[in-house]
Every structure is written in C-alpha cells, then in structure tokens.
Ligand binder design. Sequence first.
Ligand code: ZN
Length: 92
Amino acid sequence: MAEIPKTSKAAVIVEYGKSLQVREYPIPKIQPGGILVRNEIAGVCGTDVNMWRGAYASPGGQVLATIPGHEFVGRIVEMGQDLTHDSAGQPL
Ligand SMILES: [Zn+2]
C-alpha cells in the first residue's frame, strides 16, 4: 500500500459565483471508528452548483470558505480503531 500523504488538495468556494481556489489541507489523524478515503472519482451534483451560487448562504446556512462535494468513489486507505463494519452492517 502506498504511503499516506500528509496533506490533500481541495477545490474551495471562497466567494459565491467566482472561481474555486485549490487549497492544501493537512490530513487529520483518524479517530476511532473513522476512515480515511483516497478519492478516485468525484461528481458535481446540482447541490454543489446551488452551493456555489450561494443558495445556502448564511444566516443559518453555509459559511464560506467551504469545500463542496458529497458524491465520490474512493478506496479506504486507513481505518480507525474499533471499526469492524460499514454503515450497512457489512464486515470490513
Ligand atoms: Zn448530490
């Protein structure tokens, strides 16, 4: 298995309706029961586009800067302590 990098890049909404910024973030320490996934494919959902347009802006909503995206496929590269099953109850 490849070495886990210390940082990861993300496309970030810093201003509604403007170009996203690519920023680099540290990869957090995996907590018990958590997983670290290396993304391989990501989709852009209509929710992401609405988020970029500012449809969920504060007050009470989204605060910038934010990383859009919730549709992706990847591989688990690290599992936290005590993690034995996925969210569907299947053994890992
Ligand atoms: Zn979606």
